[in-house]
Design a protein around this ligand. Structure first.
Ligand SMILES: Nc1ncnc2c1ncn2[C@@H]1O[C@H](COP(=O)(O)OP(=O)(O)OP(=O)(O)O)[C@@H](O)[C@H]1O
Length: 229
């Protein structure tokens, strides 16, 4: 489904240059649930952001089902990103001034989805994530676990084929973290391809494959956990 080929990325400011990714190649098959692991600063989030088209590589190729995304125009790439990829972040990234409903609706507004369709889709994910009773709340009136469920609902409302999650359980206690992992596992069983950055070996066990990074390179691209499903 996705092939990254020799992706490199350097961040530079006046004083320092950091080579965050060096020649990273990775193939992601449809339906996989992959964990990206590795020590702090090894390049996990940078890799995920490249998979999510949130960052531009300095070099390399990104193929999605045969299309070379780096050859697409910027607007075509943005459109692709909005319709195919869903994001979940450690700190939820919700907009505090909007209600739960409005936060979830936002990606559909960007996609210019008609109002009746928007209502139907938002209501569907509200129900699925048991947030219907909270739809008029604002994010800061909710617990961390509820906020992450809103963020997951927002990621799902566009029905993305690929979900990218950067330490989605990082700010949650272990019980709620396990609930979020079960939900991701359920979405994966329904067909979503998921790539997740995690520091937790326990949560990596929910995944079918673990890729490990060190110093901006993939050092282990094919580890299968014994308990993988
Ligand atoms: N926008 C940026 N500007 C400058 N340097 C950056 C930027 N983003 C990341 N880096 C650097 O690139 C390297 C990889 O960072 P990245 O966030 O990908 O690591 P990580 O493995 O996700 O770390 P952590 O587990 O601590 O979140 C680090 O040295 C980091 O300081």
């Amino acid at each position: 489904m996705i092939t990254l080929e020799n992706i490199s990325k350097t961040f530079a400011n006046d004083e320092v240059k950091t080579q965050a990714l060096t020649d990273v190649s990775l193939t992601i098959n449809e339906g996989e649930f992959i964990a990206i692991m590795g020590s702090s600063g090894s390049g996990k989030s940078t890799l995920l952001n490249h998979i999510g088209l949130l960052e531009n590589a300095d070099a390399g190729h990104y193929w999605f089902e045969g299309s070379d995304l780096y050859q697409m125009s910027r607007s075509a790439r943005q459109k692709f990103r909005a319709s195919h990829l869903g994001y979940i972040f450690q700190n939820f990234n919700l907009i505090d001034d909007l209600t739960v409903y409005q936060n979830i609706e936002l990606p559909l507004l960007y996609q210019k989805v008609a109002k009746s369709e928007r209502q139907q889709r938002v209501n569907e994910v509200l129900e699925r994530l048991e947030l219907t009773q909270r739809q008029l709340h604002r994010p800061l009136q909710l617990s961390g676990g509820q906020q992450q469920r809103v963020a997951i609902a927002r990621a799902l409302v566009t029905r993305p084929r690929v979900i990218l999650a950067d330490e989605p359980t990082g700010n949650l206690d272990s019980r709620i973290g396990a609930e979020v992992m079960s939900l991701l596992q359920e979405l994966n069983a329904e067909g979503a391809t998921i790539v997740m950055v995690t520091h937790s070996p326990e949560h990596a066990e929910y995944c079918g494959r673990v890729v490990e990074m060190a110093d901006g390179t993939l050092i282990n691209n094919s580890a299968k956990l014994a308990t993988a499903n």
